[in-house]
Design a protein around this ligand. Structure first.
Ligand code: ADP
Length: 493
């Protein structure tokens, strides 16, 4: 099968790499396997890509190890930074193409995809800025010795990313890893392999030495599991579901105790108190749950509204949700496109049916949208109780529940009544309330009077079963460096 193919999208026509990206070349998999990626808008195959399995992971790890011990070691920190900023420039040069790939392969609206491209380029450039600012400490313990620390690269990093933000997750992962001098074996999600392969071509064009970044298209049970249990991978960074996160941690424990960072699921609360600016709060609540079709690990899926404003909130939120433009990702007006796959569509519809069966009230939505593609109506449930599946489990679709609370204390209690702890929000115009509630909520990010406003300068990650470690900001750098203490005994002479 070919290693490149011209692809026509409604926005651009471009050359799509199809091979595995190993040692700066696109190559077929050892077993000669391929798999198709599906356009969620029309349920038809876009193209087949080469599939990597355990053997290809081995080859990619060898390439990454050789680069780590060879050419990449010779690249100065400043030059690493220049390579990253050059990659960011190339991504911006090709922004329209990459946004079109995301819209085609993932189904997100092209306008949202352009936002992802800008955030990805920003993230890569930001970490380019960090590359020559990775310092240790000198530690004065006594006059007879010199003690200092070095922040050394961890080594070969396996990175496993999901399909909801294929490009952005790629950027979040490579940025801190490369800034700190590591090499990478990346496995993309089987639903959305295309944008990362395009990035492979840009990585080569930017001038990264061969083997520094290797990109494998493939499946979780084969290629993904091979990364998690590999004896020559020093660290694994994973973003995805909590059950798979557990498996990765177990595989790391059973193999070489590689370092693990996990960014997992959520069931994030979004609290609206009586003194909130209701118009603005409704806008953020809408964005909080329906952005990216609800396929966000930090989606604000549990909406907790004070009883004093509950009825008005619900009526106005319903009106707002019904105005969301659902449809073809290539329409620049589209806010919500199709879900990524048939599997996800079925899962979400299963939750909607479970909610109906349990007696929850559908305020709006609750059905498929249109006749073709994996489209689901923006769906709001009310009349739910704490034990319903739709209140407890992550749905990962355009489905939320609205619950009534009688006080700030009850809102906090309900907000924390979950095994997850990724994100939360509170809407209030009282600064004291805002800070009190933010401090009381067990979550990695708390938004006050906004939602989903991630930024590459801000750390992101989960409390409780939402993950281990932090991505983004300076915090992410800690996951990609080993601290070495050097103690020198000074001679008395
Ligand atoms: P989702 O259910 O939303 O697709 P997953 O957690 O299954 O999320 O997938 C996220 C990423 O993890 C994907 O790249 C997927 O291929 C990978 N993956 C799935 N299962 C495993 C596994 N057992 N080991 C390693 N990676 C896996």
């Amino acid at each position: 099968m070919a290693l490149f193919q011209t692809i026509q999208t409604p926005a651009v026509t471009y050359e799509q790499p199809l091979g595995l990206f190993i040692n700066n070349e696109f190559v077929p998999g050892v077993d000669g396997k391929t798999f198709e990626t599906i356009n969620p808008h029309n349920e038809k195959p876009i193209v087949a890509v080469h599939e990597g399995t355990e053997k290809d992971i081995d080859i990619a790890v060898q390439a990454a190890r050789a680069a780590l011990n060879g050419p990449w070691k010779q690249v100065t920190p400043s030059e690493r930074g220049r390579l990253l900023t050059r990659l960011a420039d190339l991504l911006e040069r090709d922004a329209e193409t990459v946004a079109a790939i995301e819209a085609l392969d993932n189904g997100k609206g092209v306008s949202m995809a352009k936002g992802d491209v800008a955030a990805s380029a920003g993230c890569i450039r930001y970490y380019g800025g960090w590359a020559d600012k990775i310092y240790g400490q000198t530690i004065d313990t006594d006059a007879g010795s010199l003690t200092y620390t070095r922040h050394e690269p961890v080594g070969v990093c396996g990175q496993i990313i999901p399909w909801n933000f294929p490009l952005l997750m790629f950027a979040w992962k490579i940025g801190p890893a490369l800034a700190t001098g590591n090499t990478i074996v990346m496995k993309t999600a089987e639903q959305t392999p295309l944008s990362a392969l395009y990035m492979g071509a840009l990585i080569k064009e930017a001038g990264f030495p061969a083997g520094v970044v290797n990109i494998i298209s493939g499946f979780g049970r084969t290629a993904g599991a091979a990364i998690a249990s590999h004896m020559d991978i020093d660290k694994v960074a994973f973003t995805g579901s909590t059950p798979v996160g557990r498996q990765i941690l177990q595989a790391a424990a059973k193999s070489n105790l590689k370092k693990v960072t996990l960014e997992l699921g959520g069931k994030s609360p979004n609290i609206i108190l009586p003194d909130a600016n209701l118009e603005e709060a409704i806008g953020w609540v809408n964005l909080g749950i329906f952005f990216n079709h609800g396929q966000c690990c930090c989606a604000g899926s549990r909406i907790l509204v004070h009883e004093a404003i509950y009825d008005e909130f619900l009526a106005r939120f319903k009106t707002r949700a019904e105005q969301n433009k659902v449809g073809n990702p290539f329409n620049p007006e589209t806010f919500q496109g199709p879900q990524v796959s048939q599997v996800q569509y079925d899962r979400i519809m299963g939750y909607i049916e479970a909610g109906k069966r349990a007696g929850a009230k559908v305020i709006t939505g609750g059905s498929r949208h249109g006749g073709e593609g994996y489209y689901i109506q923006p769906t709001i449930f009310a009349g739910v109780d704490e034990n319903m599946t739709i209140v407890k489990e992550e749905i990962f679709g355009p489905v939320c529940t609205v619950q009534k609370v009688r006080s700030e204390e009850e809102a906090i209690e309900m907000a924390n009544n979950t095994n997850y702890g990724l994100a939360a929000a509170v809407h209030t115009t009282n600064i004291n309330t805002a800070i009190r509630v933010s401090n009381a909520i067990k979550a990695g990010t708390v938004w006050v009077n906004n939602y989903n406003t991630l930024h590459y300068q801000m750390p992101f990650g989960g409390f409780k079963e939402s993950g281990l470690g932090r991505e983004l900001g300076s915090y992410a750098l800690e996951n990609y460096t080993e601290v070495k203490t050097v103690r020198v005994q000074l001679s008395k002479a």
